[in-house]
Ligand binder design. Structure first.
Ligand code: BTN
Length: 319
């Protein structure tokens, strides 16, 4: 076992701080080797506090395959888990690796070119959030498969996982943003890869980015963006959150119940009954969000007209 893993095991089993000399004695290594191992662990994303005269204490788990696996209760999701230190975008990574099987999870501790919907970027600072993509190969035929259901299921899975790990209440801003305390903490980017020969969806890449650690947002978005730890005390384990989202999502996609998903998305909606700004290629307009129909489309009232939106984006007015 590598020295850093032995040091990690001691930190994991310690009740509070453990001094450098105790670690050195227990492993029969030098204090300098302990120091190097602590630095290597920090470099892997483990948060370790060092207090003079008291020693080292594990503050928060790092994001790696082992830590994710210890919380995973899925059958298929996570059969392959790859955790990268940094990548442009985990969605791009999966696109470029068609050989990866159904249920593959690719996560990164940071992204240099994280992508959001409508060509926007998704800021993904190192060790501040979870940024991951899941490869889902639908077993349904092209006609039965509904990409909207996948995004709705992912949004609901994220809400369940946040509520399991924190005291926060999570809501959905149609169709792919998760809100806590009135601000966005998570975005979902679902992309389909079509097989042109069979005209079927070959793979769906479900990309999820959650702001987790304490973060300072630029003032242009400070009113609309947040992170879980900005809104609640206590450490939130990033590997556990990633695993819980996968645990929640797998059953929702294995037996999709579209009507139930849309009902829950409606119940969790942060826009229904509110004035919204609808952003469309042919121009923006104000409307009132009314309800989600049985297809998951958003019905809005614009003056006397009721419009059905199947895509596009809405923002809550004045936000
Ligand atoms: C949005 O807010 O419009 C969607 C953001 C989706 C971000 C996630 S992070 C993991 C995956 N990789 C990406 O490049 N994007 C998604």
């Amino acid at each position: 076992m590598a020295t850093k893993d032995s040091v990690l095991n001691l930190l994991l089993s310690a009740d509070g701080e453990i001094s450098g000399s105790d670690i050195a004695k227990a492993l029969n290594i030098s204090r300098n080797a302990v120091w190097k191992a602590i630095h290597a662990l920090k470099d892997d994303g483990w948060e370790i506090a060092a207090a003079t005269n008291r020693g080292y204490r594990l503050v928060c788990e790092g994001l790696c395959e082992t830590t994710v696996r210890q919380y995973l209760k899925t059958e298929h999701f996570g059969t392959v888990i790859t955790v990268l230190k940094s990548v442009d975008s985990t969605n791009n990574y999966l696109k470029m690796h068609p050989e990866l099987p159904d249920g593959t999870v690719v996560a990164a501790r940071g992204q240099t070119g994280g992508r959001g919907r409508r060509g926007r970027n998704f800021s993904s600072p190192m060790d501040k959030g979870i940024y991951f993509s899941l490869c889902y190969r639908p077993k349904l035929s092209g006609e039965e498969f509904d990409p909207g259901t996948v995004t709705t299921a992912a949004a609901i899975a994220v809400c369940h996982a946040i509520e399991r790990l924190t005291p926060l209440k999570a809501g959905i801003k149609w169709v792919n943003d998760i809100f806590v305390c009135g601000k966005k903490c998570c975005g979902i980017l679902t992309e389909g890869i079509f097989d042109l020969e069979t005209a079927q969806v070959d793979r769906v890449i479900i990309g999820i980015g959650v702001n987790v650690g304490r973060m300072l947002f630029p003032k242009e978005i400070a009113d609309i963006a947040t992170s879980l730890q900005n809104e609640t005390d206590g450490e939130i384990s990033r590997p556990r959150l990633l695993a819980e989202i996968s645990n929640e999502l797998e059953p929702l996609l294995q037996n999709p119940n579209k009507a139930a998903l849309i009902k829950e998305a409606g119940r969790r909606s942060v826009i229904l009954g509110k004035k919204v700004l609808v952003k469309r290629a042919d121009g923006d307009f104000e409307a009132t969000a009314l309800k989600l129909d049985e297809c998951g489309h958003l019905l809005v009232q614009k003056g006397d007209e009721i419009l059905t939106l199947s895509s596009g984006e809405v923002s809550i007015k004045n936000l």
